[in-house]
Design a binder for this molecule. Structure first.
Ligand code: GLN
Length: 484
């Protein structure tokens, strides 16, 4: 059963080939047996999962159940779950049990999906390797000596290791697409405002967006259908019609105009990754698309602008963790200042502290204009590059990451080297556009992802473009050798 996609599982449940209880038990058994090798879960909610499966079975028996009814999934541990620890990968929230569900979580509950547990992640979603988690690094299922990518590395690894058929994730600067690329699975970051951020622990509010990770584009379509909703509780959530994503998957790519930014193929890109991207573009030509070289002249400024704006917003968002209201509190504080200082220095890890310091500096009165305000202007230019490009093309393609998964510990103590890994992904978030990563081949047995960036609110079109490629190729159905 674990080899099946969500689409197949949904059908199997409907045809009574197996029950949700059997399916859920099967996944729970696999997680207990295999996850010690990957560390992709922080919490496994066995009892709840079985209760939800039982309720789903009753709904399925009564007929009229939604597509996802009875399908097990996992939630990134950044989404608040009523009564279930939500740590955000941090010691700060190791004791935090939310009294409510994030909108995304309630949407999945309403759809009848079963939650297996909460997936591991970089602390407060800051990172590209998953090594900053308080709960230890996640291992890449294709090679456990390598990183799964981050920050949604737990979600990507769980799907790649067939420990969940799909999972929720979030993307602030690439955290859905980059781990999807490194783990050989499909991931979609929707347009900013498509998915509610309510109850999703904030890192950088103007960039954060939730989305799905699954093995296929079709499964991402099914998951996005449940995730996307207008939510009056999130003032940045867009009240726009939501397409029927799965129904839109049958469309021909004849005449599709693909833009390939020349800036994506510069120095720093692994040559064999570049060749796989070129091969994928050839495949798209065979499917009827035309390829056009385009330019995104400000792309090289995306990483510097992102690493001012994201830390600035994080420094404001994380000020709420003060040891007073919830989360970690130090022992026996002398006074209020001591409580703040020790709670925060004990509760946050190194990378989070680095970002808070950078962000506080960039927002301080003397440096605001030099850094924060400048970065916002650069952000506008980056967005304009995309607006210009979408006058000429329908979708932009290129690599998701510079190279396949690197070794655990390879980024060592060099945060800037890690930041530079985000060169192809951060611009999408700065512009608020939808983006996807889908498997497009292997380098030395390690998966490589093709990145697709679409115009605003065109996630339906992106999913179809990805789906057509997956109908013609089988990279997405490969499974890590250890799992055969
Ligand atoms: N790697 C980026 C960062 O560390 C992106 C993280 C994310 O998208 N959450 O900020």
């Amino acid at each position: 059963m674990h080899q099946m996609t969500i689409a197949q599982l949904a059908q199997g449940l409907r045809e009574k080939a197996f029950s949700s209880t059997e399916l859920t038990q099967h996944y729970l058994e696999r997680i207990a047996r295999l996850d010690p090798s990957y560390n992709s879960y922080i919490s496994i909610t066995e009892e709840r999962a079985l209760a939800e499966a039982k309720a789903a079975d009753a709904r399925l028996a009564a007929g009229e159940a939604p597509t996802l009814c009875g399908v097990p999934i996992a939630h990134k541990d950044i989404f608040c779950t009523d009564g279930v620890k939500t740590s955000c990968g941090s010691k700060m929230l190791d004791n935090f049990v939310p009294p409510y569900d994030a909108t995304v979580v309630s949407n999945f509950k309403a759809a009848g999906a079963v939650s297996l547990g909460k997936t591991n992640m970089d602390e407060f979603a800051m990172g590209s390797t998953n090594e900053s988690s308080f709960y230890g690094a996640v291992k890449n299922p294709w090679d456990t000596a390598r990183v799964p990518g981050g920050s949604s590395g737990g979600s990507a690894a769980a799907v790649a290791a067939l420990l969940a058929p799909g999972a929720t994730a979030t993307d602030t600067g690439g955290s859905i697409r980059q781990p999807a690329s490194l783990c050989g699975v499909s991931g979609l970051k929707p347009t900013y405002g498509r998915v509610s951020r309510w109850g999703m622990i904030a890192f950088a509010s103007s960039l954060d967006q939730g989305g799905p990770i699954a093995r296929t584009a079709e499964d991402c379509a099914i998951l996005l259908q449940a995730m996307a909703s207008f939510d009056a509780k999130d003032s940045t959530c867009m009240d726009a019609p939501i397409d029927d994503y799965r129904a839109g998957l049958g469309q021909s790519l004849d005449g599709l105009r693909i833009g390939v930014p020349k800036e994506y193929f510069g120095e720093g890109l692994n040559q064999r990754v570049a060749e796989l991207i070129q091969a994928a573009l050839k495949q798209y030509e065979q499917l009827g698309a035309t390829i056009k070289e385009i330019t995104l002249p400000h792309n090289e400024l995306a990483v510097p602008a992102y690493y001012v704006i994201a830390p600035a917003e994080c420094s404001a968002n994380l000020s709420r963790f003060d040891g007073v209201r919830y989360g970690h509190r130090c022992d026996a504080p002398k006074d209020l200042m001591d409580l703040y200082k020790r709670s925060r220095s004990e509760g946050f890890g190194e990378e989070v502290k680095r970002r808070i310091l950078v962000g506080t500096y960039a927002l301080s009165a003397g440096y605001y204009d030099a850094y924060y305000s400048k970065a916002q202007k650069v952000r506008r230019l980056i967005k304009q590059d995309f607006v210009n490009a979408f006058d000429e093309v329908d979708v932009i393609m290129g690599p998701t990451a510079t190279a396949p998964a690197f070794k655990l510990g390879a980024m060592g103590k060099d945060p800037v080297a890690m930041y530079l890994e985000d060169i192809y992904t951060t611009a999408t978030n700065l512009a608020g556009l939808p983006g996807m990563s889908i498997p497009c081949g292997f380098v030395d047995g390690l998966p490589v992802g093709l990145q697709l960036t679409g115009n605003y609110w065109r996630e339906g079109q992106l999913l179809n473009i990805a789906h057509q490629y997956q109908l013609a190729t089988d990279f997405h159905s490969q499974i890590a050798p250890a799992l055969d």
